[in-house]
Design a protein around this ligand. Sequence first.
Ligand code: HEC
Length: 126
Amino acid sequence: MHMLQKVLFRFMLLFLSALAVSACQTVAPERAETALVSQPTPPNLVQGVCGDCHGVEPPFLSPNPSAPSFADIANRQGMSEESLTSWLIEAHNYPELMDFELSESEAGEVARYLISLQSEDYEKAP
Ligand code: HEC
């Protein structure tokens, strides 16, 4: 019994010092945390149809090197959910390789996912 109390007490001390440490880091971790939390998983459609060529989820390595990763596309200047949606509906704009058609709601879903990959401090992977 005595032993157990000792162990518990040590544990409490550890816990408290961990709290104290995290309380001191007021500013820095915020960015890192949002980056982790805001990383949504791609819709099935994206993984199934687009993932053959594009890197559609972290770490965004495209299986087909001539297909830009979704993070690269999303972070191009002026990219918006609206412009992407209409681009995706107009299948005749596609590169020759991309041989499929999306319904309006599918295009919207894909565009929403793509845009969710935008980040202010995005840096293109080498
Ligand atoms: C068979 C391979 C292939 C598949 C599957 C594919 N893509 Fe692509 N995609 C490409 C290639 C290659 C390019 C780059 C073409 C270029 O730069 O000329 C591209 C470019 C793009 C672009 C950028 C167009 C631009 O303005 O440069 C978007 C957006 C895109 N793909 C979305 C998608 C979406 C969404 C899917 C799934 C629904 C998809 N792609 C599936 C090969 C593919």
